[in-house]
Design a protein around this ligand. Structure first.
Ligand code: ZN
Length: 117
């Protein structure tokens, strides 16, 4: 498989996300290996993946023939829990993550304005 490549929006360098060593789990940010700028995966992208994962889980639960509403909810939660990693790997291959400069969540409403930097 082709390695996934991120492009730094600050310095424009391409890099392999596997070489990123500076990660901050709390802030969900990481540093560019070239310019050390704090970057993040677009929150919109993360939400899209979560939404797709949930939708796929619903389809699997439906296909499996779970017709009890309570059981259906539990099946979706369970499948989503088990499949989220797998789904995110597949989706990342189809739609590469959008990398943007790190911004705390409450300031990141301006999603489209960052495109032309
Ligand atoms: Zn950079």
């Amino acid at each position: 498989m082709k390695p996934m490549i991120f492009k730094c929006p600050a310095c424009g360098e391409d890099f392999d996300p596997r070489v990123v060593t500076t990660r901050d789990r709390e802030e969900r940010s990481f540093s560019c290996p070239f310019c050390q700028e704090k970057l993040q995966i677009s929150p919109l992208y993360t939400k899209t993946i979560a939404g797709m994962s949930l939708a796929i889980s619903c389809v699997i639960a439906y296909r499996a023939g779970v017709d009890d509403p309570f059981g259906f909810v539990w099946a979706v939660i369970l499948i989503n829990f088990l499949a989220a990693q797998l789904i995110s790997i597949i989706v990342r291959r189809i739609v590469p993550p959008k990398i943007e400069l790190y911004a705390p969540q409450f300031l990141s409403l301006n999603l489209s304005g960052r495109e032309k930097q």
